[in-house]
Design a protein around this ligand. Structure first.
Ligand SMILES: NC(=O)c1ccc[n+]([C@@H]2O[C@H](COP(=O)([O-])OP(=O)(O)OC[C@H]3O[C@@H](n4cnc5c(N)ncnc54)[C@H](O)[C@@H]3O)[C@@H](O)[C@H]2O)c1
Length: 370
């Protein structure tokens, strides 16, 4: 067994540029308060203004996080010349209108996930990407789990060839679900597949970058003793396969009764295996290769550090005039995988064969395929 310290491994921490562009926040709800702003405060992201549907919420948030400007409307924030980057911490309904309005106002955008829960939005999203590119604006999606420390380090190691070609990815959700019954999630059909699991689907496609998806399967069920008040099924299984024969599997058994655990994952490759876990303080990663197991010093947690990672990548991209890894164009393929999973679940797990679903590389300009 070998242990590797932080200085000996790829740097998986959030990267905030030296002179970051100023951020204006739209939405003053749970995730803005519990994750966006704590992460930005810890990592030095300047938030100069906030607006929300309910101005009282915006004022309360501004007071708690020392944000100097509270705008009474979204339009006012978008017209604020001090705001260069708009951080959308709103739910999926109406968010595409907000992305479009921010682009019209000349702002770069980080939009919360899921990018969309309606497949009919895809052509419009492709148009928005093209319009933003024409104006030199950067659009990104808050796929903050890409910067969950153990997942980020795994991404860097996979890219660096540490396990050869990826053969199979396995995720197990070994923890309770967040509260779902009687929340806005009740209104999202196939909520686990369409919204909650987007992070697991997204990170899996990042580890299979460059491949083409040839089949997607998914199934859902209500589990024993699931309360009638919980509208969506609590069991969900998703699997996809690439044209190279590699597979990815994500499994939520239901609302697990577990005090420990987290979300363990395995990435099996042609030359080695990465084993790790995220969430609930379980964050860890090890590489099993050539008869030795190397454990890595993983620094930080998905919540909130991942949120600084996602924003930091956009800010770095703006400063360096390049596509961010989490560009909206890149995340379109993640959205397509989610829609294929929902379509399969609606056919009780029958395979869906997406047309030309290429898992573009995050490091290059992403191809827009609506
Ligand atoms: N790990 C993650 O990335 C993560 C975790 C939890 C939630 N989320 C996502 O974050 C989003 C928000 O979740 P939440 O729990 O904070 O919801 P929430 O309902 O608590 O907060 C949403 C906020 O946005 C405001 N808002 C909504 N539409 C608006 C509009 N058109 N103009 C101005 N303000 C508007 C609301 O008033 C509210 O303040 C969801 O898409 C959710 O899926 C992401």
């Amino acid at each position: 067994m070998t242990a590797k310290a932080l200085g000996d491994i790829p740097d998986h921490r959030p990267l905030i540029p030296r002179d970051p562009p100023a951020v204006g926040l739209i939405g003053a709800g749970a995730i803005a308060r519990s994750a966006h702003l704590p992460a930005y405060r810890a990592w030095g992201v300047p938030v100069v203004a906030v607006a929300s549907r309910d101005a009282a919420d915006a004022r309360a948030l501004a007071a708690d996080f020392a944000i100097t400007r509270v705008h009474s409307t979204v339009e006012e924030l978008l017209a604020d010349p001090a705001v260069a980057v708009v951080d959308l911490a709103t739910g999926p309904r109406g968010r595409i209108d907000l992305i479009e309005a921010a682009v019209s106002a000349g702002k770069h955008v980080l939009a919360q996930k899921p990018l969309t829960i309606d497949e009919a939005d895809m052509p419009r999203l492709a148009e928005i990407v093209a319009g933003a590119r024409a104006r030199g604006l950067r659009l990104a999606v808050n796929q903050n789990a890409r910067w969950a420390p153990a997942w980020r380090l795994a991404t860097l190691l996979v890219r660096g060839g540490a396990i050869g070609e990826v053969v199979g990815i396995t995720h197990l959700h070994d923890k309770p679900l967040p509260p779902l019954a009687s929340t806005p999630f009740d209104a999202v059909p196939h909520m686990l597949l369409a919204d909650y699991l987007v992070h697991w689907i997204d990170i899996s496609r990042c580890w299979l970058e460059g491949a083409r998806v040839d089949a997607v399967w998914a199934s859902e069920s209500r589990v024993p003793q699931q309360p009638a008040s919980a509208c969506n099924p609590w069991n969900a299984d998703v699997r996809f396969r690439t044209d190279r024969g590699a597979t990815a599997v994500v499994r939520i058994v239901g609302d697990s009764r577990a005090t420990g655990g987290g979300c363990p994952f395995w990435i099996h490759g042609t030359e080695g295996t990465l084993r790790g876990s995220v969430l609930r303080g379980s964050d860890q990663l090890e590489l099993d290769r050539d008869g030795d197991v190397t454990t890595f010093a993983v620094e930080g947690q998905w919540f909130p550090d991942g949120f600084a990672g996602a924003m930091g990548e956009l800010l770095s991209a703006v400063v360096s005039d390049r596509e961010p890894e989490n560009s909206l164009a890149h995340v379109l393929a993640t959205a397509r995988l989610g829609f294929a999973a929902v379509a399969s679940a609606e056919e009780d797990g029958a395979p869906v064969h997406p047309h030309d679903l290429l898992l573009t590389r995050a490091t290059s300009e992403s191809v827009v395929t609506p």
